[in-house]
Design a protein around this ligand. Structure first.
Ligand code: AHM
Ligand code: MG
Length: 339
């Protein structure tokens, strides 16, 4: 047994021996991990790094870009550009897909990421994170464009997120379960700390931005009302409520404790199906949660089966403990049939 524990690299080699990973995938995951060490450092410096506050411009989504959003994006782009694993990337902070000149003709990976999720909480020293998804570049494409990234979530080869909290944790799936690694600041290594995570089947808490209640569909309003009424209501049991406002933190907590996270469709911009983005927020989280034994739905459909039509497409997100997500799906489908 290695005295410092199982490093991410050793874990990937061992996983490769048991379930051969595709060529270059372990190294591509390592690129993401390496970038996240730098981002963790920038986040950890807090306001001393001069990266608190806004850049003074909006991204393509019309959202205010924070200095740390932009810095984390630069770190990830740098990591992908100066590695021979990638032919392209897409980011929440980039309007369009970016193709990468790669000297290894056999490299076929596309990286899709949200460099800093939960960035509205940065200045208040909140927990933020990086979310990433790894896709295969379509055969014969050497300069991937937006359409080449529009692959269903079922096509993901690997996905993960890093949570920059009191400790930095990386949660990873390559389609063989979910494992989490904690960054050891002394050695700079990610060490396996939470092997084979299984999300409890039943939820003990719900997590949603309650201030949006008036915009939700009646079925989501009724479901959350039931959660609020606890043992005095229709479902006869109490649930706790937590909302960090940073999906990486909220999802990690429910993965360990059992729970449901919702960012459903709301009527603020009726043609926009929710707030969260399909390719680099909903899909990687859905892949991870399903691999941990949970469930991930839009309410009417499995998230991983939504066919993307644009890079920054949004998607309603209802994810977490299997039985609870199934319960909400049943209610959504019944409401759709009745309408
Ligand atoms: P971001 O990627 O710009 O940070 O936005 C995503 C975040 C999620 O982490 C979080 O669940 C949600 O947006 C919070 O939104 P709201 O402030 O509307 O509750
Ligand atoms: Mg985000």
């Amino acid at each position: 047994m290695n005295a410092i524990g199982t490093t991410l690299r050793r874990f990937l080699l061992e996983q490769h021996a048991a379930n051969p990973l595709q060529k270059g995938l372990a190294s591509a995951i390592d690129d993401m991990a390496q970038a996240s060490r730098k981002i963790a450092y920038l986040v950890n410096r807090g306001s001393l790094g001069g990266l608190h506050g806004a850049v003074g411009q909006e991204n393509i989504q019309g959202e205010e870009q924070k200095k740390l959003d932009a810095a984390a994006n630069d770190v990830l782009i740098d990591a992908a550009t100066w590695s021979d694993n990638w032919v392209g990337l897409a980011s929440e902070e980039e309007d369009h897909a970016v193709s990468i000149r790669c000297t290894d003709a056999s490299a076929r990976w596309l990286s899709v990421f949200d460099p800093l999720d939960g960035s509205s909480t940065i200045d208040a020293n909140g927990c933020v994170g990086t979310i990433f998804s790894i896709l295969r570049c379509p055969e014969s494409v050497s300069k991937p464009g937006n359409d080449d990234f529009c692959q269903s979530g079922t096509e993901q080869v690997a996905a993960g997120f890093m949570l920059y909290g009191p400790a930095t944790v990386m949660v990873l799936t390559t389609g063989h379960g979910v494992d989490a690694f904690t960054l050891d600041n002394a050695s700079g290594e990610y060490l396996l700390s939470h092997p084979d995570i299984q999300i409890p089947e039943n939820a003990s808490e719900f997590t949603i931005n309650m201030s949006n209640r008036r915009y939700w569909s009646p079925v989501i309003q009724a479901y959350i009302d039931d959660c609020m009424h606890g043992r005095d209501g229709n479902r006869g049991r109490d649930m706790g409520m937590r909302y960090v406002g940073s999906m990486v933190a909220d999802v990690y907590r429910i993965m360990l404790n059992g729970g449901i996270f919702l960012y459903p469709w709301d009527s603020r911009v009726p043609e926009r199906p929710g707030k969260l983005r399909l390719l680099y927020e909903a899909n990687p989280m859905a892949f991870i949660l399903e691999q941990a034994g949970g469930r991930a739905s839009t309410g009417n459909q499995r998230i991983l089966e939504v066919k993307p039509t644009s890079l920054h497409q949004r998607c309603p997100v209802i994810v977490g403990s299997k039985n609870e997500v199934e319960h909400v799906e049943k209610r959504c489908k019944a409401a759709a049939r009745a309408s």
